[in-house]
Design a protein around this ligand. Structure first.
Ligand code: NAD
Ligand code: IPM
Ligand code: MN
Length: 346
């Protein structure tokens, strides 16, 4: 029986996006999975600057006709973040109802940890970030702009359905425990809704160990004892912030992969956690391992667990050998690091 060809839409994007996607794609190509790639190199800031919109209906149709999307990064200092990023990245997450942002942190090599105490380095946790609600709703308004009386409101939206489904996802991927993180001591209405959904979820999964932390305490505990965590489930903003923190515990933003998922449609958008890093774009020093580990998440999601394992082992071997970019203490370029991983894969 022949396996139907799987189609991947690739959006290299801006800044270091295309630089890290190139080696990631090269690796995917040698895996021989028979994946078909459609590269949309028009979805970027240049199109936005010329046409006022970087994601056309045709692009969206393209994505709809594929099995998954691999994205580099979106963002450029020349344009307003909210207008541009919201119409591409946030739009994709909403358009495909990718309500889970799955952000695993695994310390692939002891040397990558900033923590002094070796007993604290068994880091293997996942942030399950709600990805379609919260402060990212885009609902709000402002008045009396550019005056001392100016005021602005952004609605922090939580729905029973939205919270319950992301909690369910968190329980479904738990190996040991789920920790729910919120700020219900200060955020009144949404806080109560999250707390209620959390109590209901606990009843649905009586055999999973659970805990709850306020986000400030969670940030502290992630640094002082990251080994305590398995799955952390939280809202859109806290998940955004805490996932940069967990990335820093395991080598930094250059190492961190992510998946935007919907468990009903099974569609996935895979991207490194980092952004377009304008400060290093064009220098050839961007770490491609976050993008490469994102492809591991993608091929695993598409049913190729062995190949995902092979990619991860090749990454670990390159790190072990110090054949990495400067952010990890190496002296290789983006392309050379990609080639080092490729050599380990073969
Ligand atoms: P950033 O993640 O781009 O960079 C933060 C810091 O980490 C920078 O010092 C950068 O040099 C470093 N860094 C990031 N990725 C790296 C890599 N692969 N190798 C080595 N160093 C790396 O965050 P920022 O500077 O706050 O944002 C820059 C732009 O990216 C903004 O426009 C922002 O909106 C956008 N952004 C996009 C995404 C995305 O597309 N998913 C994510 C975050 C930020
Ligand atoms: C991320 C990014 C985005 C987010 C930005 C670019 C809107 O920081 O994917 O973590 O906050 O979701
Ligand atoms: Mn972020």
């Amino acid at each position: 029986m022949s396996i139907p060809m799987q189609r991947i839409t690739v959006i290299p994007g801006d800044g270091i996006g295309p630089e890290v996607i190139e080696p990631a794609l090269a690796l995917l190509q040698v895996l021989g999975l028979g994946l078909e790639f459609d590269v949309l190199d028009n979805v970027n800031v240049n199109t936005y600057l010329h046409e006022g919109n970087a994601l056309s209906q045709a692009d969206l149709d393209h994505l709809r006709n594929s099995d998954a999307t691999l994205l580099g990064a979106i963002g450029d200092p020349r344009v307003s973040e909210t207008a541009y990023v919201r119409t591409v990245l946030s739009r994709l997450r909403l358009e495909f109802d990718l309500y889970v942002n799955y952000r695993p942190t695994h310390l692939w090599h002891d040397r990558l940890s900033p923590l002094r105490d070796p007993a604290r380095r068994g880091i293997d946790c996942v942030i399950v970030r709600e990805n379609t609600e919260g402060l990212y709703s885009g609902i709000g308004g402002s008045m009396r702009a550019a005056s001392p009386e100016e005021f602005a409101v952004d609605l922090d939206v939580s729905t029973h359905r939205g919270v319950s489904r992301v909690l369910d996802f968190a329980f479904s991927v738990a190996r040991r425990s789920v920790c729910m993180v919120d700020k219900a001591n200060a955020v009144r209405h949404g806080g109560q809704l999250w707390q209620r959904c959390w109590r209901e979820a606990i009843e649905r999964y009586p055999h999973v160990e659970t805990s709850h932390l306020y986000v400030d305490a969670a940030a502290m505990k992630l640094v002082s004892d990251p080994t305590a965590f398995d799955v952390i489930v939280t809202n859109n903003s806290y998940g955004d912030i805490l996932s940069d923190l967990t990335a820093a515990l395991a080598g930094g933003l250059g190492m961190a992969p992510s998946a935007n998922l919907n468990s009903d449609t099974a569609y996935g958008l895979f991207e490194p956690v980092h952004g377009s890093a304008p400060d290093i774009a064009g220098t050839g020093t961007a770490n491609p391992l976050g993008a490469i580990l994102s492809t591991a998440l993608m091929v695993e999601h598409l049913g190729h667990a062995d190949e995902a394992g092979a990619i991860r082992r090749a990454v670990v071997a390159a790190v072990e050998a110090g054949r990495v970019t400067p952010d990890l203490g190496g002296s290789l370029s983006t392309a050379q690091t990609g080639a080092a991983v490729m050599a380990e894969l073969r």
